[in-house]
Design a protein around this ligand. Structure first.
Ligand code: G3P
Ligand code: CA
Length: 244
């Protein structure tokens, strides 16, 4: 068991209590004491990085269609809060730039790249991290491991993380088989065992499982000694860790 509490990472903001991936969800996560924020990114037709989980507007806004086929000004017309509750009416899909302006640089931001857009996402993201001076406190993760590898090749200062949802024989050996430095592992939380965590952390890797919400899971992951926990309920995790 590690004697250090895991970092509290708000999944898509405090997704359990606010519309995911909106400024309202990020503000709520911060007010509940999160130390990191996980979010998802896509590219608009005019090549702006926006924060949304899905490729399309359909599920989380009153718009329809692929984000990549719309310009930012059109996307900003759509309501990304009402589907969750009337209190959130008027929230819009934020740009990554807006999130960077809102979130203090003491908070780690985990940017999950959902789609590469033929390499354009990697280029835009690197450009933006350099411009905004965020290389140090942003982790770029993806299920597309070639994508994060390209980012690291483009910008050696970037921190990259490997997302995975099926069991790897030896996650640490896999991460070390890359020809670039991997910063962190982001496994589906139910795949993890204490041995995986021990080996990874002893070998310099951070371990950020997703997405655990039940108290028993949060406590078990904490006992495993993970580096952080990605959760929809950062306030719940904060309260659980208070007396540990
Ligand atoms: O980054 C962890 C987690 O968010 C990955 O799954 O579908 O919630 O983006 P998903
Ligand atoms: Ca995500």
């Amino acid at each position: 068991m590690s004697n250090k509490n895991p970092m509290i990472i708000a999944h898509r903001g405090a997704k359990g209590m606010a519309p995911e991936n909106t400024l309202a969800a990020f503000r709520l996560g911060l007010s509940q004491g999160c130390e990191g924020i996980e979010l998802d990114v896509h590219l608009t037709a005019d090549e702006v990085i926006v924060v949304c989980h899905d490729l399309t507007l359909d599920r989380t806004t009153n718009g329809k269609g692929l984000i990549v086929e719309k310009g930012l000004s059109e996307i900003k017309n759509y309501d990304a809060g009402s589907w969750f509750g009337d209190d959130f009416k008027g929230e819009t899909i934020p740009t990554l730039d807006e999130v960077f302006k809102l979130v203090p640089d003491t908070i780690m931001i985990n940017v999950e790249v959902k789609y590469s857009y033929e390499g354009r996402m990697e280029r835009k993201l690197v450009e933006m991290l350099r411009r905004s001076n965020r290389l140090n406190n942003v982790i770029i993760s993806s299920f597309d491991h070639k994508c994060v590898r390209r980012i690291k090749q483009m910008e050696p200062e970037a921190k990259i993380g490997l997302l995975y949802q099926s069991n790897l024989l030896d996650p640490t050996a896999y991460a070390h088989s890359f020809d670039v430095e991997v910063y962190s592992l982001h496994p589906y939380f139910q795949l993890l065992d204490i041995e995986d965590v021990r080996k990874a952390t002893e070998n310099g890797l951070y371990v950020y499982p997703y997405t655990a919400n039940e108290e028993k899971d949060l406590l078990q992951l904490s006992d495993f000694g993970v580096s952080g926990i990605i959760t929809d309920f950062p306030g719940r995790l904060k309260a659980l860790l208070k007396d540990r």
